[in-house]
Ligand binder design. Structure first.
Ligand SMILES: O=C(O)[C@@H](CO)OP(=O)(O)O
Ligand SMILES: [Mn+2]
Ligand SMILES: [Mn+2]
Length: 563
């Protein structure tokens, strides 16, 4: 796995592909959360009516195949790690496999280097007189954060001088089973009790469900972040409890309660006073390594000038992210672990070689086909060649209530961009399989998958009209398996006999299909890359634009044979 970009210093100009022409429109479609799994009632992609995608599969193995989308193939620590959008889109866009945030944090914690870095030295200045606050997702999903990393950080920070620690917990239920929040809080409370025995004043101070409190993304709904600010910083929330275990247990008594959407709560002492306000002189660490759902809070914590909501109070704190979340904005300016330096992405190469690109998705996935695709970089490489368009997502409506989401609107935008002939690459993310899959609602996910298939048809029809090429793939699995299973693959049932919903991503491979009238007749998938993964897609797309890929890219999936 690369930690530094190996292409450094080499020319940006790409050689012409010996057999494939330039100038053909390439439609790149990423179906979010769309893996491949055997037919099963809980495989929503199989259960849904998806004639367009079914037809593509018939072209296997020459123009349809599976590629890896999880674990070490996308730079995650182990092959037990499910894929996710960040690492998936990074690999798709960058064409190289980078050690990702989860892994870099593991290494920094294991070697102890995390405590020697600038970021930790910075926050440590608050330890004598202030409190150390840790804010993040309480989960072992490994997508945004990991529980064992929080445990190590708690231990390490206390050994390095933190005397007063407050943890602000966001419950998950999305990357892990709904209801597991109780167990995670129990485990955290055990750790904090051990710290208290050692004389460290350590407690949970506030919390809430990740989808309702703090962890919004792409500025979909600042109210989510405001709820978090009010609870974590100001100590204000509609629910007050004596401890965190009581909080999650009580809040879960509501029959509609769900870890993802628990309301904000604050822990108070005997006299009703919040136990962990964030005050002048305190240190704050957001311990998520993944950027998209922390960068909004990071802005609120760091920016002097801020108008997204009324912060009421803006404490003078020392703030560090687990990672730096946005390299362009240099946000946060202090961080505990340096993020992967993803450079020389295909987006940058293609822009420097004159390829005109249009990218589009709805808000909840917009950064995936722009920011993540471009190696966690905001903005354009060349504004005169690129256009990124965002379709506002529905706000305040659960995705199982509106499972069609904006699939149709995204497809129509892509169609218009293709037919305009103003772009060489038209790239979209269609969100349904993933966003509806995360609700655990099988019926709604089936509706969402059908809508995604209809959207794909609109895009492929437009490609057909202009004589273009399409590349259709996904970033990781989700909708193809909606049941928690035992080792033999049998769905697990809860005490009422109901199948336990699998809201998370999966370890499954994803399909990739190529086609369209512009695809030279001799193009087919190579057979010598059985273990190929998402990182092999960038070289493939470059070939289809008529270029050879740079040497340091993972190899292309295609070859051209005489016809
Ligand atoms: O919603 C998210 O933040 C993650 C799951 O935690 O999903 P994805 O990686 O598909 O964005
Ligand atoms: Mn995704
Ligand atoms: Mn997801």
């Amino acid at each position: 796995m690369a930690t530094r970009p190996p292409g450094e210093g080499k020319p940006w100009e790409l050689a012409a592909h010996p057999r494939l022409a330039k100038g053909t429109v390439v439609g790149v479609v990423v179906l979010d959360g769309w893996g491949e799994a055997p037919p099963d009632p809980f495989n929503c992609i199989h259960a849904a009516d998806t004639p367009t995608l079914d037809a593509l599969k018939k072209a296997a193995p020459a123009r349809w195949r599976l590629i890896k989308a999880h674990g070490t193939a996308v730079g995650l620590p182990t092959d037990d790690d499910m894929g996710n959008s960040e690492v998936g889109h990074n690999a798709l866009g960058a064409g190289q496999i980078y050690a990702q945030g989860a892994k870099l944090v593991d290494l920094a914690l294991a070697s102890g280097k995390i405590y020697e870095g600038e970021g930790f030295k910075y926050i440590r200045q608050s330890f004598d007189d202030g409190t150390l606050h840790l804010i993040g997702l309480l989960s072992d999903g490994g997508v945004h954060s990991r529980f064992d990393q929080l445990q190590l950080l708690l231990k390490g920070a206390s050994e390095h001088g933190a005397r007063r620690i407050r943890v602000h917990v966001l419950t998950d239920g999305r990357d892990v089973l709904d209801g597991s929040s109780v167990r995670f809080v129990e485990m955290l409370e055990e750790d904090l009790a051990r710290l208290r025995e050692k004389g460290v004043d350590a407690r949970v101070a506030s919390g809430g469900g990740r989808m309702y409190v703090t962890m919004d993304r792409y500025e979909n709904d600042w109210q989510v972040v405001k709820r978090g600010w009010d609870a974590h910083v100001l100590g204000e929330a509609p629910h007050k409890f004596k401890n965190a275990l009581e909080a999650v247990k009580k809040l879960r008594e509501d029959p509609k309660a769900n870890d993802q959407y628990l309301p904000p709560f604050v822990i108070v002492d005997e006299s009703g006073k919040p136990v962990g306000l964030i005050q002048d002189g305190d240190a704050v660490v957001t311990f998520n390594f993944r950027a998209d759902r922390m960068v909004m809070l990071a802005k609120a914590l760091e920016y002097e000038n801020f108008d997204k909501f009324d912060r009421v109070r803006f404490p003078k704190i020392r703030y560090a992210g687990m990672l730096q979340y946005d390299g362009e904005l240099k946000l946060p300016s202090q961080y505990l672990v340096a993020p992967p330096e993803i450079e020389r992405t295909s987006g940058e190469y293609l822009a420097r070689n004159g390829v005109r690109t249009y990218a589009c998705s709805e808000t909840v996935k917009f950064g995936h086909v722009t920011f993540f695709w471009n190696g966690n970089r905001s903005g354009y490489f060349n504004p005169s060649l690129e256009k990124y368009e965002e379709i506002p997502s529905d706000i305040g409506v659960p995705f199982n209530v509106q499972p069609k989401m904006k699939a149709l609107e995204i497809a129509q935008k892509a169609r218009d961009a293709i037919l305009s002939r103003k772009f060489d690459q038209v790239r979209v993310n269609i969100a349904n399989g993933d966003m509806v899959g995360h609700t655990g609602d099988t019926e709604a996910t089936i509706v969402g998958c059908k809508a995604a298939d209809e959207a794909v048809k609109i895009i492929l029809d437009a490609i057909e009209q202009v004589g273009g090429i399409f590349v259709l793939t996904a970033d990781h699995g989700n909708a193809e398996d909606m049941a928690k299973r035992d080792k033999s693959g049998k769905p697990l049932r809860d005490k009422d006999g109901k199948v336990q919903a699998l809201t998370s991503h999966t370890l499954n491979p994803v399909p990739i299909a190529i086609g369209g009238p512009g695809l030279a007749p001799g193009v087919r998938f190579r057979t010598d890359l059985p273990n190929a993964g998402l990182a092999n897609v960038a070289a493939t797309v470059m070939n289809l634009h008529g270029f050879e890929a740079p040497d340091h890219y993972e190899p292309t999936l295609i070859e051209v044979v005489d016809k």
